[in-house]
Write a protein that binds this ligand. Sequence first.
Ligand SMILES: Cc1ncc(COP(=O)(O)O)c(C=O)c1O
Length: 427
Amino acid sequence: MGTEQLVQRRRHAMGPAYSHFYREPLYIVRGEGVWLYDDDGRRYLDCYNNVPSVGHCRPEIVDALSRQAATLNTHTRYLHHAIVEYAEMLADTLPGDLSVCTLVCTGTEANDLAYRIARAVTGNEGAICTHGAYHGNSTLVSELSPGFARKRPKPDVVADVMPPDVYRGPYRSNDPDYIEKYVQLVDDAVDELADNGHKPAMMIIDSIYDAAGIHTPPPEYQQRAHQRVRAAGGLVVCDEVQSGLTRLGDHWWGFMDSGVVPDIVTMGKPMGAGHPLAVVVTTPEIAADFARESSYFNTFGGNPVSATVGKAVLDIVQRDDLLSNVRKSGDYLLAGLRRLGEKHALIGDVRGKGLFLAVDLVRDRETREPAAAEAAEIMERMRESGVLVALIGEKRNAIKFRPPLVFTTEHADIALNALDQALEEEQ
Ligand SMILES: Cc1ncc(COP(=O)(O)O)c(C=O)c1O
């Protein structure tokens, strides 16, 4: 079946709300490692997908999944060793008292449950989230997602704060007090909630601000923001759906870069390497408080197949030392992107950490005017040369690199050449 025909059929069968990447949508039929293959057998280097964390269709994952699927798949109302083992393995990767896992299916569900727990434990209703953030698509969580999902006026139980953006934000790194000024915005958010008659149940923080354009918060910001939220009676929830599982290259979980320990951590996307698996982790104390008010059941969350897949993912991350791979490949890619920044005036900023990087394109390095149309063109040209990237940022003018964790320096060279060539053609 041709691509054009499939586009028409999809629109008819699934409606217009679904979007697709690229002017000419890709019809991908096979994946292997960091490579995707279209229906004509053409291969593309995947610099975008974080869900196939240990590589597309990794044989060990396929094997673990099919063996367990052929043996048993039920739910958490029966005892099963794999479910308990997975929770124990995950707790071993986390600092402090973060040791009690609730297994769910999506990042949205994880953040939804985190908010419920925070409200139950604190007795407060309010939530603080960051401008441009995306935390999921349920009715509740979309209110915490000013980036894409919140389409209605902000409810008065939610306050948005500007996360540290030292490139285009109101306070930049040349201001000696920029960190405290961003922290002050958290205090302002607490005041805004108080004016509306609310106290914060939680602040939900990304360990790297993806949807806002891939900004890495300074550790002092995270530390002070945690203090201010707790002083106001709220819990701190770190959303590790994007930044977790070694993605940032120094630790298993992004928040560990800042030396902080949140009250609740949410995880998703890469945890099941393509299988829907997400997790909420908290402390025994908070879990006990929540359990006094509520029980929890999720039909598919934590089924033995998901848990078995999750274990296989953690095994591979450990055995193949993907943390070191991310650091090595990420540093290499970052250095290469910075070299391209010296060559091409269109590159205004290169930022990010590990295998989570952004190349911010500007029309003018002084004004930093976003070069959105140019970024879209470059993304299309890279696709034509067989390299898949995406756009990010409020104006979608930054090229985003967030490949599977098994991405190597050889793959980075291919991506760098494709970007270099696309930028040449743009001039
Ligand atoms: C940071 C973050 N949190 C939560 C979510 C929601 O995850 P899901 O799409 O699995 O519901 C996303 C999805 O893009 C995300 O990027």
